[in-house]
Design a binder for this molecule. Structure first.
Ligand SMILES: [Zn+2]
Length: 317
């Protein structure tokens, strides 16, 4: 097996210090908290500093990891996989806890409804296991997918029959234009989100839609767990931590008009018992007690703006 952890640590280095907010561009940024990182138990720990913007509330690693370090990580996986995974294993996960497939179906459908460009080409950036490409095709789109992770691309091929371009989006060049661009759980990984969104805006037809899903920095998980949260503050893979305000600024600064924002909260029914380290009947009991509360709890968090994920749709006008 490939020694993935070694290849990560070999490339471990920091990038340049940032002076502006990665979301809104404000200079009013300051140190918030630090978070330690270690990929495997054997590896030495490294410390990252998280900065926060006073204007839009978004956060980001400062200094960020060096681009070479991130590229070394994404060569195999964008989802912390340290070895290959089969399509069946991915589908079994979805059956146990429907997640990616549900998001992909909803986001593709909404994006299609909002796309008034009449362009049937869709671009799936960071296509992962392939659920979004599959869903876009079901909406009638011709798709182009980009994903650097070798392990994910093997699953993608088993699911969809073809293969994504195995590159980082920064390397992608085309004259083609798209009616829909989907980027799910990717923008939080990108070192220069402003340049990325600018490039996406340039790839959209007039009236085309950019659908973007990111973790919410204002989520109840971050409020509750602080830097122990790993949904949003997953270091160093996640370098940006967006608030709705920050994401809106980032999109509108690049010529995109936000037309719809949704919050998504989905918690496995065994999340609490697992966190409490329960097993056997106490775990089953806690899970059964919490199950009827899941939906109203998620609804309340979303209504407060504390949902786990943000889904934002923006149109190029
Ligand atoms: Zn900001």
């Amino acid at each position: 097996m490939l020694n993935v952890a070694t290849s990560f640590s070999e490339h471990a280095a920091y990038g340049d210090m940032l002076r502006n907010c990665v979301s809104c561009g404000s200079e009013r940024i300051r140190y918030w908290r630090q978070k330690q990182y270690h990929y495997t138990r054997q590896q030495s720990r490294q410390v990252f500093h998280i900065y926060r913007c006073d204007r839009c509330g978004s956060g980001f690693l400062n200094q960020p990891p060096h681009p070479h370090w991130l590229q070394a990580i994404y060569r195999y996986s964008g989802q912390a996989l340290t070895q290959p995974i089969s399509l069946q294993a991915v589908l079994d996960r979805e059956t146990a806890f429907p997640n990616c497939s549900v998001d992909a179906a909803r986001i593709s459908k909404v994006a299609d409804q909002l796309n008034i460009s009449a362009n049937p080409q869709a671009l799936d950036i960071g296509s992962g296991f392939g659920f979004y490409t599959q869903a876009l095709r079901r909406q009638g789109y011709q798709t182009l997918s980009i994903n650097p992770g070798e392990y994910e691309n093997q699953v993608f091929k088993a699911m969809n029959g073809d293969e994504p371009l195995p590159i980082m989006f920064e390397q992608y060049q085309t004259d083609q234009r798209f009616g829909v661009v989907v980027m799910s759980q990717v923008l939080e990984h990108v070192l220069q989100p402003d340049a990325t969104v600018k490039k996406i805006a340039g790839l959209l037809s007039e009236g085309g839609v950019f659908a973007c899903a990111v973790p919410n920095y204002k989520s109840f998980l971050v409020k509750l767990l602080g830097t122990r949260d790993n949904a949003c503050l997953w270091v160093p893979e996640h370098v940006n931590y967006f608030t709705e305000k920050g994401l809106r600024a980032l999109l509108s600064n690049n010529g995109l008009t936000v037309v719809k924002v949704e919050q998504i909260t989905r918690i496995p029914s065994n999340a609490l018992s697992k966190r409490l380290g329960l097993r056997g009947w106490p775990a089953t009991g806690v899970d059964a007690l919490l199950k009827p509360l899941q939906k109203p709890f998620a609804g309340l968090m979303n209504a407060l703006g504390w949902g786990i994920y943000l889904n934002v749709y923006a149109v190029k006008v």
